[in-house]
Write a protein of this length. Sequence first.
Length: 189
Amino acid sequence: MSGKLVIFSAPSGAGKTTIVKKMLEQFSSLEFSISACSRPKRNGEINDVDYHFLSPSEFQKKIEAGDFVEWEEVYPGSYYGTLRSEVECIWNKNHVVIFDVDVKGGLKLKAQFGNAALAIFIMPPSIDELKKRLECRSTESAETLATRIAKAETEISVASCFDQIVVNDNLQKAISEAAQLVQLFLEKR
């Protein structure tokens, strides 16, 4: 198993998914790693496109079998992870794996793959702005919003553990900064 990985992590609502989509448009050598999760599908989500949706028991069996390069119980009973087979499949095509993962997952991937990985933290301009973005999604109850904000504060406290931090106070500027970092990493031998 060998190849390069680009990891984007951020608190929920910081804009990492939008930035990852732009990186995929700009760099043909990147291929998205579809995460596995045990949460229910949201409206419009497609199995094996948005996520590999698994039941909690299926997820547990794959953990026990060592099928994940990283996994996390992000919220009680809600598992997310990266299947080893997903990474190997991308590398077998001579592509670079790009991840859109939570902060703990990003740190685990960086620790496991070291210099073969570029770990970028997408920083929201402020907690207040992050809260506004999450409220605009209209997918959160007051309780889940409070949980996400508390989690975001903890996640921001470990941003310095990443290789690079990109502040998303202006989306086009953040995309441009991220693209420069990815370009330099891809050119490195």
